[in-house]
Design a protein around this ligand. Structure first.
Ligand code: ADP
Length: 190
């Protein structure tokens, strides 16, 4: 696929960030991680930075009016050059609709969606492990449970949304990181 345009979907602690970096490296595409973009924006000493930080710390979705302008330009630019891998955006049907509005006119739309499927019990166990190492402000247990709920309510509907458009590839996200990477690469070669 020349300049592939990919989307990786997955719940918190599904291994999405690690797999995203591996996919981007293998395919030579730009890795666009909304969480990283927002953590940078939240660190700015401005009123907007402080607003964004409040949402991220609570584990709530940052409103579209902050996020969409931050990803839009980089995404359209990457689509016309090396291609992209979206990681963490879109995270709701509303964002997916906005993404298609931004990209369809530029022939920059997503071609393949990879969904990392991991059982909820496994996710919570992994998040607790990770919080012991990384100390992220949004990795405390109540916030993690909240983020899983936000995922179920807001993001999971995207699985059906992209399945209905014939773009969805479901990947079993259990097991070793390397085994999951293999499954993803197999799906990409299909
Ligand atoms: P993880 O990969 O652990 O799920 P991320 O780094 O992708 O976490 O996201 C961290 C936080 O950043 C989210 O809990 C949310 O507050 C905010 N965020 C990231 N992407 C989006 C998005 N597309 N829309 C709204 N908020 C977002």
């Amino acid at each position: 696929m020349a300049s592939p345009r990919l989307l990786l979907l997955g719940p918190p602690a599904s291994g999405k960030g690690t797999q995203a970096r591996r996919i981007a490296e293998r395919c030579g595409v730009r890795h666009i991680a909304s969480g990283d973009i927002l953590r940078d924006a939240a660190a700015a000493p401005t009123a907007e930075g402080r607003r964004i930080a409040q949402y991220v710390e609570r584990g709530d979705l940052v409103p579209d009016e902050f996020l969409v302008p931050l990803v839009c330009d980089v995404l359209v630019e990457a689509a016309s050059t090396q291609g992209y891998l979206l990681d963490g955006f879109p995270r709701s049907v509303s964002q997916a609709v906005q993404l298609s509005l931004i990209t369809d006119s530029a022939s920059a739309g997503v071609q393949k969606v990879l969904y990392l499927d991991v059982a909820e019990s496994e996710l919570l166990a992994r998040m607790l492990q990770r919080s012991a190492v990384e100390h992220r402000v949004d990795d405390t247990e109540p916030i993690m449970r909240h983020r899983l709920q936000v995922f179920a309510d807001e993001t999971l509907p995207l699985v059906d949304y992209y399945d209905a458009r014939g773009l969805l590839h479901r990947i079993d996200g259990h097991g070793e990181l390397d085994a999951v990477t293999e499954r993803i690469f197999t799906a990409l070669d299909r």
